[in-house]
Ligand binder design. Structure first.
Ligand SMILES: [Zn+2]
Length: 360
């Protein structure tokens, strides 16, 4: 069974392929090309054989377990590279290493690294290729690999990236420590933290393009944001010589309007401290007033948006309804109070009586 996958090359960086999955992607492709003033689109149709074991990343979550990846004579792989990748997965999960006896464009013959062990695999190209099929397989080991488990020489950041790609598509906040846990469960081996971390970096950049490409998208974003928010001011500046990103100013028309006119309502917002101790806004909403009900609504949506199971420490001003809403919605997380606000409240409520030492 074959299905087609559409890809196009980004007009600003023709080394980067972008997959078209839905109408939104098609629209973004036209917008990007219009924005760059290009006269043609480099569109490619890739045939994906769904019988083969590795299709593109978003389908990997339903893939067979590593120990089922190599099983019988007649098994077909989309290419020799994919066969080698599955062989790596299989060998890591089963705990053996292999030696190449033949490795060229038309055949691949490998044996278990332990010379006396009978395990062998021989695969041959199908017609002119690029597909490969297993022609003979002795799947029995006498080397004892099935009962041993420790690290494996074939693990690398590239291997880790391939092993976790599918999961990363479903869960972008997938952490290195979770990857270590899942690899231990699926392959029975322990990998060091740095290898998991680098593997994630490799997987993320192959899935979403590198950060350099994201900067290219700012031109497109600017134009689209202006189209949908007429009257806004967006100013993107690049270095005159380097042509590199310098700064980006955004003021939406609605925000400017609120500043000029008296508008009723309050803004409920959540910010985080980044690694440099700087504030970064994660989410904000506009509501009629600060109430328990509004905070519960805000926090419920925030919880969905965060996608993460990591523990959070909230720091609040104990605003109306917020003090009760945080433990109700984020019951497993911590909640601290801003000391500055506690001092102010204390001064306001106990002025004249106990406040003298705090006024200094
Ligand atoms: Zn063996």
């Amino acid at each position: 069974m074959q299905e087609n996958m559409l890809k196009y090359l980004l007009p600003m960086d023709t080394h980067v392929e972008q997959v078209l999955l839905d109408d939104g992607d098609v629209q973004a492709m036209f917008d990007l090309h219009k924005c760059q003033g290009t006269s043609f689109i480099n569109l490619q149709v890739h045939a994906v054989d769904t019988r083969c074991l590795s299709t593109h990343a978003s389908r990997q979550s339903g893939d067979p377990q590593p120990l089922d990846r190599i099983h019988s004579v007649g098994q077909v792989f989309r290419s020799k590279e994919l066969l080698q990748m599955e062989l790596t997965n299989y060998a890591i999960a089963r705990g053996f290493n292999w030696k190449y006896l033949k490795n060229d464009s038309v055949r691949l013959t490998v044996r278990c690294n332990v010379a006396v062990c009978p395990w062998r695999l021989h695969a041959f190209v199908i017609r002119e290729g690029p597909q490969f099929a297993i022609k003979s397989l002795n799947n029995i080991h006498s080397c004892g690999c099935d009962i041993m488990s420790y690290g494996h020489p074939q693990t690398s950041k590239k291997w880790v990236a391939n092993a976790v790609k599918g999961k990363l598509v479903d869960k972008p906040t997938y952490r290195a420590s979770e990857m270590m846990r899942d690899i231990r469960r699926d392959y029975g081996i322990s990998i060091p933290y740095h290898q998991a971390w680098w593997g994630k970096e490799v997987a993320v950049s192959s899935l979403y393009g590198d950060f350099r490409t994201s900067y290219h998208m700012l031109n497109w974003y600017s134009e689209r944001a202006l189209q949908s928010n007429p009257g806004s001011v967006l100013s993107l500046e690049v270095g005159p010589e380097t042509k590199r990103f310098k700064r980006f100013f955004i003021c939406f028309q609605a925000s400017a309007y609120v500043f000029e006119h008296r508008v009723q309502g309050v803004i409920l917002a959540a910010s985080v401290l980044n690694g440099n101790n700087e504030l970064f806004t994660v989410a904000y909403s506009i509501a009629d007033s600060e109430t328990y009900d509004n905070w519960v609504w805000f926090l419920q949506i925030l919880k969905k948006a965060l996608l993460s199971d990591r523990r959070i420490t909230f720091l609040s001003d104990r605003g109306k309804g917020l003090k009760e809403a945080i433990p109700d919605i984020f019951s497993n997380d911590h909640h601290g109070y801003c000391f500055q606000h506690i001092i102010h409240n204390f001064n306001d409520q106990c002025a004249g009586k106990y406040a003298a030492p705090f006024k200094k």
